[in-house]
Design a protein around this ligand. Structure first.
Ligand SMILES: NC(=O)c1ccc[n+]([C@@H]2O[C@H](COP(=O)([O-])OP(=O)(O)OC[C@H]3O[C@@H](n4cnc5c(N)ncnc54)[C@H](OP(=O)(O)O)[C@@H]3O)[C@@H](O)[C@H]2O)c1
Length: 265
């Protein structure tokens, strides 16, 4: 592969963890394909990255939660003659509240973005990487992936899917030269909580640090990347704790109106 023309596709690159991952990829010499719904923000980022890192940046503004969006995106990328060497499936959002009360269409969008688009993009680009014996896939899940989460039930379930899928693919591509990793952040200082409509009264990790650990982890072919000691402890507890107990704890602390915990992300 020509290292001078390597290309990274980053979903959710307009802000937060995705933006920081895009900066790291650009700094590493990757041309970038930036995806989100916010075209002006992506063009601003394009200007900065092209000037600072002398790479090429391609912008595809689209809503990946729409039916068929991933297919339209991969078609547009093919039309532009681009190859994807590094896929970063980062775009995602959460909904907070009782399953019975939350809007059905919003939760369907959440599943289409967090699960369907991620799966379809991986399906589009992983086989080419395996054929080339080279490539990277970084899927963004959450510490929420390690247990079910009452009052954020759909979000936790989508992230459990991302963790499970990515770990399985990591095993499938073993020995091919392709790296597949899952990044499981804890609370991170981004716009995520605003959009989820949930308040989190605790310290959050800066998104550039989360991105740094994710980027380094996939380069090192780590299967699961949990940034930060407190998040690693949290995941350790989640694995050891009986399901009934963790469900009861989360049921109490995530009940709307109650104080949230780290596991609300
Ligand atoms: N922040 C946390 O505490 C935390 C913890 C664990 C995991 N995560 C995960 O980390 C990932 C990034 O989240 P973040 O914290 O960086 O949140 P964020 O600041 O809200 O960024 C989300 C990104 O996804 C994009 N996006 C959202 N909906 C989209 C759609 N329908 N189509 C295309 N792009 C869309 C957003 O861009 P536009 O709005 O411009 O479309 C934005 O670039 C998510 O998968 C999230 O679940 C976050």
């Amino acid at each position: 592969m020509d290292d001078l023309s390597k290309t990274a596709l980053i979903t959710g690159a307009s802000m937060g963890i995705g933006l920081d991952l895009a900066v790291l990829a650009a700094r590493d010499g990757y041309d970038c394909i930036l995806i989100s719904r916010n075209e002006p923000r992506l063009h601003e980022l394009k200007k900065v990255l092209e000037k600072r890192y002398r790479i090429q940046v391609h912008v595809f503004a689209m809503d990946l939660s729409e039916h068929g969006a991933a297919k339209r995106l991969t078609h547009a990328i093919e039309e532009a003659g681009l190859t994807v060497d590094f896929l970063i499936n980062n775009a995602g959002f959460g909904t907070a509240g009782a399953f019975a009360d939350l809007d059905a269409e919003t939760e369907a969008e959440e599943v289409r973005l967090n699960v369907n688009a991620l799966t379809e993009l991986t399906k589009a680009y992983l086989p080419e990487m395996v054929a080339r014996n080279h490539g990277y896939v970084l899927n963004v899940a959450s510490v929420a992936a390690f247990q079910p989460g009452p009052y954020m039930a759909v979000y936790y379930a989508t992230k459990a899917y991302v963790l499970s899928l990515t770990e399985a693919l990591h095993a499938e591509v073993k020995g091919t030269g392709v790296h597949v990793s899952v990044l499981c952040p804890g609370p991170t200082d981004t716009d995520f909580f605003n959009r989820a409509g949930s308040e989190l009264m605790m310290s959050k990790m800066p998104s550039h640090l989360v991105a740094f650990f994710g980027y380094k982890g996939v380069m090192q072919n780590k299967r699961v990347i949990v940034p930060g000691l407190s998040n690693q402890l949290l995941v350790g507890f989640a694995k050891l704790m009986p399901r009934a107990l963790s469900l009861e704890i989360l049921r109490r602390v995530q009940k709307p109106g109650e104080t949230a915990t780290p596991e609300t992300t």
